[in-house]
Design a protein around this ligand. Structure first.
Ligand code: PTJ
Length: 264
């Protein structure tokens, strides 16, 4: 797919992400503004030093604990997330035994169907691959766990209360009934509506000033693929209990401090 980008290139990860996104755009998976959203993310990542900060590590740990403690977790994916990290999201869903719901802001039947087809294809690839380090139950159990991941979103038989139009559509068996939702690159309105509906919303957003970052229960201010590299092993290892005193504002202030000190 991106064989012509040498791994030794100092900007390998950035070039790879751009390649994955431009290919996904050509395949009809992405919203028209997806590359603008990615560019904004890249700019914040530059300012954060393109690394997972100490407070982001803490937020990833908290998200892990909340996902593992959830009664009914759901991983919500949009176009950018499928393009960048379909395999990692499927791995996390397999470990958690939970659904993945395609829930996109710019909803069209064509994109919904293209994203679900892509996830189904990647599901077969992840099944055939070796289980991740830390999966102790062997290959057959891994294949069964990946196979069992429900891919939701098509039915749109639920609605997120307090939102109008297609962006309110969701799945009754997914987001509608979930208590904890992990949703990278969420829209601010929808994040607020999910919180108002009593759900815990765990987001990944490189912009610590966004409405999503400020509204979420737990905000991981970090780049999505870096987050997932850390989240999967933590889910496999198990984690402590959720912190009932979790101070999300402190995480956002810390990210802003990181940006200020890096720029100084
Ligand atoms: O697939 P759809 O229809 O749901 O549309 C997806 C996009 C991303 C186009 C849509 O949700 C959108 O317009 O998003 P925004 O409002 O531009 O917000 C995207 C946020 O994600 C910005 O704050 C970016 O900084 C951040 N972001 C972008 N890429 C990454 C990221 N955060 C973490 N990791 C990334 N790779």
């Amino acid at each position: 797919m991106a064989d012509d980008i040498p791994e030794s290139h100092p900007r390998y990860r950035s070039l790879l992400a751009r390649r994955l996104l431009t290919e996904a755009a050509a395949d009809g998976l992405l919203a028209e503004s997806a590359l603008i959203a990615h560019g904004r993310g890249e700019a914040f990542d530059y300012l954060l030093g393109e690394r997972t900060t100490a407070s982001a590590h803490r937020a990833i740990g908290e998200a892990t604990a909340r996902l593992l403690a959830a009664g009914s977790p759901v991983l919500s994916v949009n176009g950018n997330t499928v393009a960048l990290a379909a395999d990692q999201m499927l791995g996390c869903a397999a470990v958690l035994g939970c659904p993945i719901e395609v829930n996109i802001y710019y909803r069209t039947p064509e994109r919904m169907s293209a994203l679900l087809v892509r996830l189904a294809e990647r599901k077969l690839a992840v099944m055939r691959a070796d289980p991740p380090d830390g999966w102790a139950e062997g290959s057959e159990a891994w294949q069964a766990a990946v196979l069992a991941v429900p891919l939701l979103g098509d039915a749109a038989d639920g609605r997120i209360p307090g939102l109008d139009g297609p962006r309110a559509a969701c799945s009754r068996d997914g987001i509608m009934q979930a208590d904890v939702i992990f949703v990278p690159l969420e829209d601010g309105d929808r994040c607020e509506a999910l919180i108002a509906a009593g759900k815990q919303v765990l987001v990944v957003d490189l912009n610590p000033l966004s409405r999503t970052a400020r509204a979420a229960t737990v905000t991981i201010v970090d780049e999505l693929t870096r987050v997932l590299e850390e989240l999967l092993p933590l889910l496999l290892a198990g984690a402590g209990s959720p912190d009932m005193e979790w101070d999300n504002d402190a995480i956002l202030l810390d990210a802003l401090d990181e940006i200020r000190s890096g720029a100084a």
